[in-house]
Design a binder for this molecule. Structure first.
Ligand SMILES: Nc1nc2c(ncn2[C@@H]2O[C@H](COP(=O)(O)OP(=O)(O)OP(=O)(O)O)[C@@H](O)[C@H]2O)c(=O)[nH]1
Ligand SMILES: [Mg+2]
Ligand SMILES: [Zn+2]
Length: 359
């Protein structure tokens, strides 16, 4: 029981821990996935589990399959050494990206996270436009973004970068750190609290695994050697994995992302470009696209220099990407999706009843 709480069950449910539901399934949290085999944490400990045939066949898109951080309903084999995932429980938050290919599918990188660390470095990787993309995705998934500027030991002017980031992202926590030398890590304990789940996202070689090792205090993750040519690692981390920290918090390490393709990130985009949103209220036309319309307040701000050109360009680019994603949506898929969630909520209620019955 206590073990489940340590994995964040209480903060996920804001309820007491259930034991078994009427069908004999138990709650478990996914810590990693590799080639169709999952590691799951249960009240009894960690074990290897697999998708039930039904879940595998009925999943309409990758986002319906378990992701690291997901809570699932598990049926244990009689010897308790193996389990089948029957259902994925509703996600409190998620980090999802548009999946490659022609469909409107999204891929879940991590589920039920409180904080998403966007790790970048105080060198070439630092790019406000890329950060905007990350923030949009994180906000859209209902998690809280925090920017970590790593490798400040390599940078002469980290204060300058920090000021630049602070201006570009008002209201977002930004911390300059050196994972290698252990500098600036103190403030991170505010996020890495018991039962809280954090995930690290960012390009390959920015030092995510180094940070994980530093926080845990031993080498749990393998690191990439820095290539001399471009100071980047070589995708050392190959799968997403959740770790329990000495503080009691949970931290998910992920492989470096080449590009973070947007899904249907409406809310996230609105938030990442809130300045353009508020300008647009003064556009003459309500459906102004801010491209060539007369009386456009956004274009006016561009002209008088109060709106940065690169920020605006990125807005148009991400908007376009999102429109594309939206056009690929499939109404039939959506209807089937709704049906699926009905049955999932039923299982949740049975967990619920049990909890109350226990009191
Ligand atoms: N100078 C310096 N080097 C660092 C720092 N943090 C990490 N590195 C180095 O950067 C290289 C890549 O670090 P990793 O931790 O493997 O990077 P990663 O983000 O996990 O990369 P992927 O797993 O490929 O996504 C390693 O050689 C680290 O020693 C830092 O704060 N300062
Ligand atoms: Mg790594
Ligand atoms: Zn306009």
């Amino acid at each position: 029981m206590d073990l489940l709480a340590a994995y964040g069950w209480t903060s996920y449910c804001a309820q007491q821990t259930p034991t078994q539901d009427p069908d004999g399934s138990i709650p478990a949290r996914i810590v990693s996935e590799q080639r169709g085999l999952y590691q799951a944490l249960t009240a009894q400990g960690e074990l290897t589990v697999e998708l039930s045939g039904r879940l595998r066949h009925e999943a309409l898109s990758p986002q319906e399959l378990p992701a690291v951080g997901d809570w699932v309903a598990l049926r244990l084999a009689p010897d308790n050494q193996f389990g089948l995932i029957l259902q994925v429980m509703p996600r409190k938050s998620r980090i999802s990206r548009g999946a490659p290919g022609r469909t409107a599918q999204e891929q879940i990188l991590a589920a039920n996270v409180d904080t998403a660390f966007v790790v970048t470095t105080a060198d070439k990787d630092f790019n406000p436009r890329r950060l905007e993309r990350y923030l949009a995705v994180i906000w859209d998934g209902a998690a809280r973004p925090v920017i970590l500027i790593n490798k400040i030991d390599l940078c002469a002017d980290s204060a300058g970068l920090l000021a630049q980031a602070g201006l570009a992202f008002p209201g977002v926590d930004i911390h300059p750190i050196s994972a290698l030398q252990g500098q600036g890590l103190g403030p991170l304990s505010a996020y890495l609290k018991p039962e809280r789940t954090c995930v690290m996202l960012g390009s390959s070689g920015v030092g995510k695994s180094t940070l994980l090792n530093r926080i845990i205090g031993k080498d749990v993750a393998r690191l990439g050697a820095v290539r001399q040519a471009d100071q980047r690692g070589r995708h050392t981390t190959t799968s997403r994995q959740m770790f329990i920290l000495p503080s009691g918090g949970l931290l998910i390490d992920t492989p470096g992302l080449r590009e973070l393709r947007l899904g249907k990130a409406d809310d996230g985009l609105r938030r990442a470009f809130a300045d353009i949103g508020s300008l647009s209220q003064r556009c003459r036309f309500r459906d102004c696209r801010h491209i060539d319309e007369p009386g456009c307040a956004v274009l006016a701000a561009l002209q008088n220099g109060t709106l940065a050109r690169s920020h605006y360009d990125n807005y148009l680019k991400l908007q376009k990407e999102q429109d594309y994603q939206r056009r690929r949506e499939d109404p039939a898929l959506e209807a089937q999706n709704k049906k699926r969630w009905k049955s999932i909520h039923k299982t949740m209620r049975s967990f619920d009843k049990l909890t109350r019955g226990e009191e």
